[in-house]
Design a protein around this ligand. Structure first.
Ligand code: BGC
Length: 453
C-alpha cells in the first residue's frame, strides 16, 4: 500500500464512483432520442433502454453488500470500475436494441455497486467530526457527473466526429472517469474498519496513521475503540433483523422518500416537461437541463462546506419544508393559472425545489446509509438502502410520464403527488431518523446495541 497518498486524493478518488453514477444516469436523457431514431426503436423500447440501468443498479446494489463485508471495500470498488469500463465500451459499440440493453444492465450493475460501496467506504475512512462533509463528496460527484453528462450531450449533439455517431461519443465519454476509478481503486487503501474487523490491526493502524496524519486525532486510540466494538458478539446477517432493524427501517425509508419526492422527474425529464407542457423548442429545453445541473452542483458544493455545522435532522427537515412548499405552490399555480404565464415561475420554483433537495436529502440520504449500520453488517445494510433508492428511482421514472399524460401534460398533477411525499418525509425524519452528527461510527453502533437491550 502507498503510505504517501494525500487525504485529498483518497477522498476524491474514493468518491469517484458518484461521478459515474451521475454521468451514466444523466447521459441517457440526451442520448435516447438519438438512439431511438438510429435503431428505429418504438417508444417502449427507448423507455426500456433508459430504465434497464435502474434494473441493473438494484441488482448490483443488493449483490455487492455481502461481498463487501467478506472481501473488503477496495476489491469490490475495483470490480465496479471494471464493470464500468465494460458497460461503457459495450454501450458505445452497441449495434441494436438488445446489445444496448445488455450494455446498460452491466452499467447498472456497476452504478448500483458503486452506490452501495462508496457511502460506507467514505464513512469508514472519515474522522467523526468531518464525516458529513466528506460523505457529501459522493453526492458532489453525482451532481458533477450529471452536469458533465448534460454538457457532453450539448457538446456532441449533431457532431458525428470521425464519422462516429454523436450518441456513441456521448456514451463512450464515460470511459475516462471509469479508467480513473480503476486507477484510484488500485491505489486506494482498504477501509481501516474492515481491516480491524478481520483482525488485521497492523494494516488498520497504518491506514489510520496515513488518514489522520495532519490532524490532532490519535490513530491508536481510534483503533482501540474500533476493536472494542468489533469484539461485540455478532449474530451475522441475522443482526439485520435484531439490533440493526431500526437502521434498516431508516435506510429503506430515507431512500424511498429521497426518490418519491420526485427529484428524477426533474433530473431526467425536465426538457420533456417544458416541450410537452409549455411548448418549448427542443433546442432551448436542453439549456434548461444545463441550468438545473448547475444549480444542483453549486448548492451541493455549499452543502459540502456546511454539512457538519448543523444536525443532519435539521437539514432534512429544512429540505422537506422547502420542497413541500415549492412543489405545492407549483401544483396550485399550474392548476389555476393560464399556461402561458406559468412557464417562468415554474422554472424559478423548480430551482427552489432543487435547492431544497441538494442541500439536504440529496447528500444526507447517502451519508446516513454509510453510517447508521453496525460494522459487521455495514456492507449489506448500505446495500439494502441503496437498492431501495434504485427501486424508488425506477418507480418514479416509469410512472412520471404516464402521470403527466394522465393530467393532460399539466405538471401540477405529478408535482402535487411529490408534494404529498415531501410532507410525509417530515414525519419520517421527526419520528424515525436518529441524529448522527459528530458521533463516531462506534458510538452510533453502541447506541443501537443499547436500544436493543
Ligand atoms: C439521487 C439521484 C439523483 C441525484 C440528483 C442523488 O442523491 O440518489 O437519484 O439523480 O441525487 O442530484
Amino acid at each position: 500500500m502507498n503510505r504517501h497518498l494525500s487525504t485529498f486524493f483518497i477522498f476524491t478518488f474514493g468518491a469517484l464512483g458518484g461521478l459515474l453514477f451521475g454521468f451514466d444516469t444523466g447521459i441517457i436523457s440526451g442520448a435516447s432520442p438519438l438512439i431511438e431514431s438510429n435503431f428505429n426503436l418504438g417508444i417502449g423500447q427507448t423507455g426500456f433502454i433508459t430504465s434497464s440501468v435502474l434494473i441493473g443498479s438494484s441488482v448490483g446494489a443488493l449483490g455487492v453488500g455481502p461481498l463487501a463485508d467478506r472481501y473488503g471495500r477496495k476489491r469490490l470498488l475495483i470490480l465496479a470500475a471494471i464493470l464500468f469500463l465494460l458497460g461503457s465500451t459495450l454501450s458505445m459499440i452497441a449495434i441494436g436494441f438488445w446489445s444496448m440493453v445488455v450494455a446498460r444492465i452491466i452499467l447498472g450493475l456497476a452504478v448500483g455497486s458503486a452506490s452501495a460501496l462508496t457511502p460506507a467506504y467514505l464513512a469508514e475512512l472519515a474522522p467523526a467530526e468531518r464525516r458529513g462533509s466528506l460523505g457529501t463528496l459522493f453526492q458532489l460527484m453525482i451532481t458533477l457527473g450529471i452536469l458533465l453528462a448534460y454538457v457532453s450531450n450539448l457538446g456532441f449533439l449533431n457532431h458525428n466526429l470521425l464519422g462516429i455517431r454523436d450518441w456513441r461519443w456521448m456514451l463512450g465519454s464515460a470511459l475516462i472517469p471509469a479508467a480513473l476509478l480503476l486507477i484510484g481503486g488500485l491505489l486506494l487503501p482498504e477501509s481501516p474498519r474492515f481491516l480491524a474487523e478481520k483482525g488485521d490491526s497492523t494494516q488498520a493502524l497504518s491506514v489510520l496513521k496515513m488518514l489522520r496524519k495532519n490532524t490532532a486525532d490519535d490513530p491508536k486510540r481510534e483503533l482501540a475503540e474500533i476493536e472494542e466494538v468489533a469484539k461485540q458478539p455478532k449474530g451475522g446477517v441475522k443482526e439485520l433483523f435484531t439490533i440493526a432493524r431500526p437502521a434498516v427501517i431508516v435506510a429503506v425509508g430515507i431512500m424511498l422518500l429521497q426518490q418519491l419526492v420526485g427529484i428524477n422527474s426533474v433530473i431526467y425529464f425536465l426538457p420533456q416537461v417544458f416541450i410537452k407542457g409549455f411548448g418549448f423548442a427542443e433546442g432551448s429545453a436542453i439549456w434548461i437541463s444545463v441550468g438545473i445541473g448547475i444549480v444542483n452542483f453549486v448548492v451541493t458544493i455549499l452543502a459540502t462546506f456546511i454539512m457538519d455545522k448543523f444536525n443532519r435532522k435539521a437539514f432534512l427537515m429544512f429540505g422537506s419544508i422547502v420542497m413541500a412548499l415549492s412543489l405545492g405552490v407549483l401544483a396550485v399555480m399550474n392548476f389555476t393559472m393560464d399556461i402561458h404565464s406559468t412557464a417562468v415561475p415554474t422554472m424559478i420554483l423548480i430551482g427552489v425545489y432543487i435547492f431544497g433537495f441538494a442541500i439536504s436529502w440529496g447528500p444526507i440520504a447517502w451519508v446516513l446509509i454509510g453510517e447508521i449500520f453496525p460494522l459487521s453488517v455495514r456492507g449489506i445494510g448500505s446495500s439494502i438502502g441503496s437498492a431501495a433508492n434504485w427501486i424508488g428511482n425506477f418507480l418514479v421514472s416509469q410512472f412520471f410520464l404516464v402521470m403527466l399524460a394522465y393530467f393532460h401534460n399539466n405538471v401540477g398533477g405529478p408535482f402535487a403527488v411529490f408534494a404529498v411525499f415531501a410532507v410525509l418525509s417530515m414525519f419520517f425524519v421527526h419520528y424515525l431518523v436518529p441524529e448522527t452528527r459528530g458521533k463516531s461510527l462506534e458510538e452510533i453502533e453502541m447506541d443501537l446495541r443499547h436500544q436493543a437491550k
